[in-house]
Design a protein around this ligand. Sequence first.
Ligand SMILES: Cc1cc2nc3c(=O)[nH]c(=O)nc-3n(C[C@H](O)[C@H](O)[C@H](O)COP(=O)(O)OP(=O)(O)OC[C@H]3O[C@@H](n4cnc5c(N)ncnc54)[C@H](O)[C@@H]3O)c2cc1C
Ligand code: SF4
Ligand code: SF4
Length: 448
Amino acid sequence: MDDPRPSPSPVDVVVVGGGIAGLEAALDLADQDYAVLLVERESSIGGKMIALSKTFPTLDCSSCITTPKMSAAFHHPRIRILTSTELERVEARAGSRRVHLRRKPTYVDNGLCIGCRLCEYACPVEFPDPFEEGLGAQRAIAVPFSNALPQKAVLDARHCIACGACVKACPTDAIRFDQQEERFTVEAGAVILATGFGLNALGLKPEYHASQSLNIISPMQLERLLAPHGPYGRVLRPSDGKVPGSVAFVLCAGSRDLSLGVPYCSRICCMYSIKEAMLLSGALPVADLTVYYMDIRAFGKGHEQFYQNAKAMGINFVKGKVARIDPVDHDDLSLRVELEEEGGRVEERRHDLVVLAQGAIPVLEPATALGVPAAPDGFLNQPDTVRITCTDIEGVFAAGAALGPKDIVDSILEAGAAAMEAARFLAARAPASSAAGKSTASPPSVHA
Ligand SMILES: Cc1cc2nc3c(=O)[nH]c(=O)nc-3n(C[C@H](O)[C@H](O)[C@H](O)COP(=O)(O)OP(=O)(O)OC[C@H]3O[C@@H](n4cnc5c(N)ncnc54)[C@H](O)[C@@H]3O)c2cc1C
Ligand code: SF4
Ligand code: SF4
């Protein structure tokens, strides 16, 4: 594999975002022989899904589904992948789209790195591991996680102390302290935006005091604690390593609240919280598990049954508003709850660990800066109510959580629809001599 030197040659489709939606769209198009460039801003493809433990409503192993998809895209002869590369702007011109990209330095020559991790073992600096949501430790130079693709080391310049231990350890002389950021442009017939979603800050609600306790955690942190190769190998509470005996889930902790700027329902939080509670009841069979909710929105296929199963397993569902969370007695937490089914009676309840169901928010804010208009909620605008993967820009399509919060099944469905729209768009503009708008050339000579 060459160190990425983007070639100016045009590509049929640029897919932005290497989460499940982007992977599916890229594979759909490449299987139809289109030349695809897949761009991912993180150092590995996989998006949120590669970090999840199991998936609702089937409880399938998430990495067992995602890893083969990542591998299929990575090894597909019609797909080239650029990681650590961010979309800056899309510019529509007559007949083509110009995609402006920025490649961040990884300080490692990917053409030389063999992923042996000797640099990682030699590096003396540790910091909270971003893949483990801060719960484990990561070295300043490391292959991002065990099933990352590409399996290449990345140096984090914010933590590196320039001691040179990695350079001495590297058997292929791959480390490049002088690597620079690159900006470049790719001409594309069509673009698919699959840039996903973010989560609002854990400390968004000051009355929950998340910054004062390590035991108020995010749902992504719990996903990692539940994952088979998670940071501790089992579920322990972060402050003291105690096995939690009582865990609370607080739903709508960052959604359906105008004052937080998230007036909409994040759609996935009820289901991922129910799933996490079910998985916890397996991991901690004697723990007391309580879900505090305003409404349970289990609208998808099989979701209501999933919710009923959770209740049958003994998980407590309490309809009530959590007004405050306070750290008490060192590491425990006290929740002030207004119990709706008891006329709003207020009760203080104690738990060892609290999981806040953060709201799903747009990552492209302000999306217009990328050249593609956003809807009032900040997610990409959908001007056509039937062809929902079309954006306001001709030849630019979108799929997955970039259009609004949604689960994996719906993200995959939209990815297929966006790939179909892109193929149709290219075919309609193809000269009679070329087969349905497919370039005969290889995809551009870039690879991460
Ligand atoms: C805690 C939690 C648990 C969940 N559990 C489940 C579950 O059990 N079942 C289920 O169906 N769903 C679940 N979900 C929802 C699931 O994560 C989403 O449906 C899915 O990740 C959406 O895929 P996506 O590809 O659209 O977005 P993402 O997974 O967010 O991927 C988007 C990708 O685009 C990249 N990107 C963003 N901006 C740029 C840019 N400018 N340039 C280049 N790349 C960019 C990102 O780095 C990312 O890799 C859960 C979500 C959470 C938060
Ligand atoms: S030079 Fe930086 S990355 Fe390399 S071993 Fe030293 S601290 Fe780690
Ligand atoms: S940078 Fe060198 S030592 Fe580190 S993983 Fe790559 S080849 Fe191995």
